[in-house]
Write a protein that binds this ligand. Structure first.
Ligand code: NOJ
Length: 714
């Protein structure tokens, strides 16, 4: 409908007609809104409906969204409420809808922003066809502690990688124009510091230094805000004594004033009320007041805003301005989404956009590029002389278990197991036995095979929300049978399914190959079969450091130097008496089926002005006999600064594909401004001085060079 008015004008006009209840109604999100909520809908006491089964919906399968029901609810809002304001339907579409993509930590392993964007755009289409125009993703919580189950929902430990993927995901979900009926509003969560939960215990207190908060935890959110994300979700946790929802500094000063974010700020589930449990307010009334005054626009399911804000205003204890400001942002999003023009969902849309061959192809490509080959003694890809395979392990016949947490709409019958995929791909003359149940029988059968493919790891129910663990070891029982097989000298190819880095020290020593598949989604089985037989390479690189043992946590590549660096003779051993210091596998690491060399590191100018850009290059060569993909990574170290700086920081990366023998010069151009950090005066700035840099295949290897940043480049 062309009203000739701008969105702001339409919002203003509508707002001027609204009663206080109708205004606060827009700020109220209800879970499982149904036709039995007729009065609430007609009276305008709800603005958004959430389709989630419970407080920890990511761990549960629900019945899905019934489109007839959704349209009927919308009809009530549009045709029977006084002002006809449409409802905004929301659901956690975290890593795909019906086309289930690899879990986000796996997507991050692809280091492929283009594919992440494409997957998000497919998820948006499928969700929109199912009536959902608002999703609560991407999760941008930097995490350095894999005990925390939600590490699976994020893009890993590094602010640079996470920020790049954040921007891609926002573009994928939202596109250029939210009014496109196949685009949906994204929501960056959980703002902020949630991934820093002490001990990895979900919802726990965080104790993050202000500089780390600014320089490590916030950048991905800023990237999403710069990309025009429509909404942000405030986190459950506190930061330095102030819970996110009561944190005016975070929600208003940083988000609104510094970053100019003008989208909708929603709470997490019931979190407004939970301010009482945090012990900073007496009751719901105070909770509603403080969270609104801190900057919150919408209350997810606690019912506190709708119960308390109207009387606070009526009694003169709260002015109407913050309410109006919040309602404006919510209405503005509804106008931008075109909900006033098209409140209902076209039921025929699903057939055109759901689970198309193109969607599946993207899920397959992303699965292949996200699986990380951590070890290979040469057994992979499987060779022609292999005649007998034993397929075993808990995940060999799994379907839904390959999806990962937060798979609300994927269907078992629409995916294939590893067993099915391998059977279809077996070369002529190769026989495959499959045995899963009885460890003694598995070990007996292993004696007559050439290779054992062991599909092991953790069930998705062990990762995700409210699923923390104290030991990163493989779940009980899995290693024993593998040890028995290894002791007989039978080669093991371990395919590990997990939502987090596990401590796979034993596998890395004794398995012939380790393929880290994460929870790879709907095409995971096929991706694995194609990788094992060498039709494609495993393309992933780690977005998070892999520890040798749980006790090494936290361990991350961009740590700080100390006043007592290790002498070179102790490099490997470090400070532990009982474990090596170094990670098992470093951030950025991953093997491929070919090998690459790095040479001829060059820098255009090694004295660079603060307003200038760093221009570096090196030559990468594919030395092998097959085409291969490499993720070339550019790291920097600020040698002397007013506060301690990380020993290395990723600043740029590029995924390239090289033919056998091909050489290519890889250039990086990075603005010097990206070297900025929160300095001794709490100012985000670049401090002139000396820097080291590296171009290499991961955070521990690479060619080293140096440059100096000066005020004017001389
Ligand atoms: C709680 C989770 O923390 C959040 O990530 C999710 O989006 C909401 N529940 C809604 O289901």
């Amino acid at each position: 409908m062309n009203t000739g008015l701008t969105v702001d004008e339409r919002v203003g006009k509508l707002l001027s007609q609204m009663t206080l209840t109708e205004k606060v109604g827009q700020m109220n999100q209800i879970n499982n809104l149904g036709l039995d909520h007729g009065d609430v809908i007609r009276e305008g006491r709800v603005g958004s409906a959430l389709y989630a089964s419970s407080a920890t919906a990511g761990n549960v399968r629900d019945a899905g969204v019934d489109l007839d029901n959704l349209n009927a609810i919308q009809k009530m809002a549009v045709e029977q409420s006084r002002l006809g304001i449409p409802l905004l339907f929301a659901r956690d579409v975290i890593h795909g809808h019906r086309t289930v993509f690899p879990v986000p930590i796996a997507q991050a392993s692809s280091w492929c922003p283009e594919l992440v964007e494409k997957a998000a755009s497919i998820a948006a289409k499928e969700a929109a066809a199912n009536g959902i125009r608002w999703t609560f993703t991407p999760m941008l919580d930097i995490c350095r502690d894999p005990r925390w189950g939600r590490i699976t929902e994020g893009f890993g430990e590094d602010p640079c990688l996470c920020s790049r993927l954040a921007a891609s995901a926002v573009r994928g979900y939202q596109g250029d124009d939210l009014s496109d009926p196949l685009k949906i509003a994204a929501c960056a969560k959980h703002f902020a510091g949630y991934g820093g939960a002490e001990g990895g215990r979900d919802y726990n207190t965080t104790d993050i230094g202000y500089r780390s908060f600014r320089d490590i935890f916030l950048p991905p959110f800023m990237a999403a805000a710069n990309e025009g994300i429509a909404s942000i979700m405030a986190a459950f946790n506190e930061i330095d004594g102030v819970p996110a929802l009561a944190n005016k500094h975070m929600l208003t000063e940083i988000l609104r004033n510094e970053w100019k974010f003008d989208g909708v700020l929603i709470s997490d589930w019931n979190a407004v009320c939970e301010l009482i449990d945090h012990g900073i307010v007496q009751d719901k009334r105070e909770a509603a007041f403080i969270s609104l005054m801190s900057g919150l626009d919408m209350d997810m399911v606690s019912g506190t805003f709708i119960a308390e804000l109207p009387s606070l205003v009526d009694e003169g204890k709260l002015s109407i301005e913050p309410v109006d400001a919040a309602v404006k942002r919510i209405l503005s999003l509804k106008f931008k989404l075109g909900l006033f023009e098209r409140p209902f969902v076209d039921k025929t849309l699903g057939k055109k956009v759901v689970l198309t061959p193109e969607n599946r192809a993207c899920a397959l490509a992303l699965a292949q590029k996200s699986m990380v080959l951590l070890k290979n003694d040469g057994i992979l890809p499987l060779k022609k002389d292999i005649k007998r395979i034993l397929l075993t392990g808990e995940f060999a016949r799994s379907r839904t278990e390959l999806f990962g947490t937060w798979t609300l709409d994927g269907r078992s019958e629409e995916t294939g197991s590893v067993e099915e995929a391998l059977s279809q791909r077996l070369p002529d003359g190769v026989h495959m036995d499959v045995h899963i149940n009885y460890p003694d029988e598995i070990v007996r059968m292993a004696r007559s095979t050439d290779v054992v493919i062991a599909c092991i790891g953790e069930h998705p129910g062990r990762s995700g929300e409210a699923n923390s663990i104290v030991s990163l070891d493989l779940p009980p029982g899995q290693l024993e049978r593998l040890k028995a097989i290894a002791d007989m000298g039978i080669p093991i190819v371990a395919v590990v399914f997990a939502g987090r880095p596990l401590a796979i020290n034993w596998l890395s020593k004794r398995a012939a190959a380790v393929l880290y598949a994460w929870h790879p989604g709907i095409e995971g089985g096929r991706a694995i079969a194609e990788i094992l037989f060498g039709d494609v390479e495993p393309g992933g690189r780690l977005p998070v450091t892999f520890p040798r043992a749980t006790g090494q946590i936290p361990i991350y590549y961009n740590h700080k130097p100390t006043g007592r660096p290790l002498p070179p003779s102790l490099k490997e051993y470090g400070r532990y008496n009982d474990c090596l210091d170094q990670p098992l596998y470093p951030f950025g690491f991953g093997l491929s089926y070919t090998s690459f060399t790095y040479e001829k590191l060059e820098i255009v100018k090694n004295r660079i002005g603060t307003d200038d850009s760093i221009e570096v290059s090196c030559t990468v060569t594919n030395n092998g006999e097959r085409e291969g993909e490499e993720v070339v990574q550019f790291y920097v170290r600020d040698c002397v600064a007013s506060v301690t700086r990380p020993v290395k920081e990723l600043k740029a990366f590029r995924r390239i594909c090289l033919a056998p023998g091909e050489k290519r010069i890889i250039n990086f151009t990075v603005p010097v401004a990206e070297l900025s950090f929160t300095n001794i005066n709490m100012k985000k700035t670049v401090e002139p001085g000396d820097f080291l840099f590296w171009i290499g295949p991961n955070s521990m290897e690479g060619l080293e060079g140096s440059f100096r940043v000066t005020v004017d480049g001389d």
